[in-house]
Design a protein around this ligand. Structure first.
Ligand SMILES: [Zn+2]
Length: 379
């Protein structure tokens, strides 16, 4: 799936209509969840059927396109099935029991209820929500109109701090022919370097959040100083939200570009299947770990790996830092020790480089477990 995103230019009334559609999505999702909670053994199909009942009972829900209504029910089912999965694998800690949603920001259409203009500059929503025709702006390099309409499988409207956006999910044939590079690479993600690979190269950690922290703190203070419920407070909050959005975009951009570079320059990638959620529990490191956003990076690595048909292998995270990549014996060291010095074979090597070599060899000899889709599922 390729995702093309455009900002939209519309009127106040149109934005209000989008907000209303987003509210209906949340209404249907929460109603479906309520049904699942109240009745035993509700299935995905039951929820799909329930959509029609809801539309009959609530005229405002009927205005939303029927496939979009079903997509809303699917969202409820997604959170239910995630909960079931967590129970099935006996995930330690919280099982993510489905919650009612209060902050939905998007509505998803499938193949009906919208029409793209032939030049790709406008999209018209044709259901009863009254959104009408929106102008698509920005993103001049990508041309959504070059795809046959039936390849566009989903159209999503997303509300963000700086406006409304339309995303097109396009099903595409693999267009990429991967040029073999003869390189197989293990990577060790970390806080010192964003990652270290098995050839000893490192990629600097950009730390977007800590770089922006001064500005964010200032904006936070401004929000606090303004009177509650005042117009100025609303404005200040909007500015703060925009600043966070910028950090998120920088991170996402970095993650995507680095993942793409990594995939095009190798024939196989191995990484350690870290439980990032567990790492974040370490409060001292939580902020830096969150800032590093490996989760998104690994998601993109899997995405591009899929596209280029480059195998991406997640190995289990056992002793990759302790084992010696030279002789395989364990050399215990605390987090502070940056260099691996092996008393058995005399190997002296950077700690993360050693880990990356172990990750690669685990992947190659098959002790690493499975081809990695974990990062993808998580994200
Ligand atoms: Zn050794």
């Amino acid at each position: 799936m390729l995702v093309y995103e455009y900002k939209v230019d519309g009127t106040k009334q149109q934005y209000a209509a989008i907000d209303e559609a987003i509210r209906v999505v949340q209404f249907i999702r929460n109603k479906c969840l309520r049904k699942w909670m109240d009745e035993r053994g509700v299935s995905k199909n039951d929820l799909q059927g329930y959509c029609a009942v809801l539309a009959k009972d609530s005229p405002f829900a009927a205005r939303l396109n029927s496939q979009a209504r079903q997509a809303s029910a699917d969202r409820a089912w997604a959170s239910i099935s995630r909960f079931y999965d967590n129970c099935k694998i006996k995930k330690p800690g919280k099982k993510a029991y489905p919650q009612f949603q209060h902050d939905n920001r998007s509505v998803e259409y499938k193949t009906t209820g919208w029409k793209l203009s032939p030049d790709g500059r406008h999209i018209t929503f044709t259901d009863g929500c009254g959104i009408g025709q929106l102008r698509l702006v920005g993103n001049k390099k990508q041309h959504i109109e070059t795809f046959p309409e039936k390849q566009i499988k989903r159209v999503r409207i997303v509300r963000r701090a700086d406006g409304y956006f339309v995303q097109f999910c396009v099903e595409s044939e693999r267009q990429i022919v991967h040029a073999p590079t003869g390189k197989q690479v293990g990577i060790d993600v970390g806080l010192k370097a964003f990652y270290t690979d098995s050839e000893g190269n490192t990629l600097d950690n950009p730390r977007f959040l800590s770089r922006a922290s001064k500005k964010l703190k200032r904006l936070h203070r401004r929000v606090c100083k303004k009177q509650k419920k005042s117009k100025n407070r609303k404005k200040a909050r909007k500015r703060l939200a925009k600043a966070y959005l910028k950090v998120n975009r920088q991170r996402e951009d970095f993650a995507r570009k680095q993942a793409s570079t990594l995939i095009t320059s190798s024939d196989l990638i191995a990484y350690e299947n870290l439980q990032i959620a567990n790492l974040v529990k370490n409060h001292r490191l939580a902020k830096s770990i969150h800032d590093a956003s490996w989760g998104r990076f690994l998601w993109w690595v899997n995405y591009y790996g899929d596209m280029h048909e480059v195998p991406v292998i997640a190995v289990a995270p056992h002793f990759t830092t302790q084992e010696c990549s030279g002789c395989g014996k364990r050399v215990y060291k605390s987090l502070r020790v940056r260099t691996h010095v092996c008393p058995h074979c005399g190997l002296v090597i950077d700690r993360d480089h050693n880990a990356a070599l172990n990750i690669l060899s685990k992947a190659l000899d098959g002790t690493g477990g499975h081809s990695g889709t974990d990062a993808r599922n998580r994200a």
